[in-house]
Design a protein around this ligand. Sequence first.
Ligand SMILES: C[S@@+](CC[C@H](N)C(=O)[O-])C[C@H]1O[C@@H](n2cnc3c(N)ncnc32)[C@H](O)[C@@H]1O
Length: 221
Amino acid sequence: MNTHEIRFTGDGSKTIFLPELNETYHSSNGAVQESRHIFIQNGLELAEKGEVIRILEVGFGTGLNALLSASWAEKNNQPIHYTGIEANPLRPELCFQLDYPRHIGSTSEKIYDELIRCDWEIDNQLSTHFSIQKREVKIQDFVALEPINLIYFDAFGPRVQAEMWDITILEKMYQSLNVGGALVTYCAQGQFKRDLKAVGFSLESLPGPPGKREMTRATRI
Ligand SMILES: C[S@@+](CC[C@H](N)C(=O)[O-])C[C@H]1O[C@@H](n2cnc3c(N)ncnc32)[C@H](O)[C@@H]1O
């Protein structure tokens, strides 16, 4: 069984460290800061608004990206349906020790509680504009039933989990998106970007969060 350690990151928010992989769930420069920059500012803020924005997250983990997205949905009166894929769900008690609502605003406390406690494999309407289905499944076995508008690709890095960045997965991501939909990720590795291009994505290399030069936004054209 994996052991999980809780660590502070540069912006004062916490993350989880996995000694077996020598890998953290977020940037050690700042967990909340990284999630906001990559997935909200360069993902959700740029998504085409419509009846509902369908988000797929690869690596639901602590639920931090889902929490930020739920807060955004309420603030912007924009319905979101979120699918969070996770191969190894974390224990709820571990998630609560991270204190994420403290960094995001007191109103997020109730929603984080529900986000972490709600049932897997079914749709849960957690607030007026935010519903979620958490799926305990490997991305390799996942099939999207409806076209996705935005993918948060937040797998462990290629150094520790190369299979997550395989071109067959990127092809699956491309096929899951509707035209104009985008995948955002912290990874800006050369081979990864060449593979994204090879499956048909149009690429933008954007400034990364503090401590990281670049991030990637890939759009299905
Ligand atoms: C970088 S962490 C995700 C961080 C997460 N987005 C958060 O904000 O806490 C990567 C996640 O991918 C999950 N994972 C590993 N292999 C997977 C697979 N084959 N399919 C889906 N998720 C996987 C891990 O268990 C871990 O939770």
